[in-house]
Design a protein around this ligand. Structure first.
Ligand code: FES
Length: 102
């Protein structure tokens, strides 16, 4: 595991996400506001929607296709408890968002 730079904090608008690929791993990285950033898998487990094109609402990401929500911290789905997305530790250093890749 190692923290890897994935984006400048200013590149991701508050409430939105971006798609990132690093070291062969695809991620969705979200800006929840207040300097809080989160990283998840980029694919919605419902019907493979593009989670990085979703948005942050409360403590969850909303999938743009059918509106399923996924907790930013746990990855658990609020609609279907059988579904979840992987989540990765994130830190911000010198305005650069870094994700701890497995
Ligand atoms: S594909 Fe994401 S909610 Fe359906």
């Amino acid at each position: 595991m190692a923290f890897v730079a994935v984006a400048r904090a200013s590149e991701i608008p508050v409430g939105q996400g971006t798609f990132v690929e690093r070291d062969g791993l695809a991620l969705a990285v979200f800006n929840a506001g207040g300097g809080r950033f989160y990283a998840t898998g980029p694919i919605c487990p419902h019907e493979d929607g593009p989670l990085s094109e979703g948005w942050v609402e409360g403590g969850a990401i909303i999938c743009p296709w059918h509106g399923f929500d996924f907790d930013l911290v746990s990855g658990a789905c609020g609609v279907d408890p059988e579904l979840a997305v992987p989540v990765y530790p994130v830190r911000v250093r010198d305005e650069v968002v870094e994700v701890d890749l497995p």
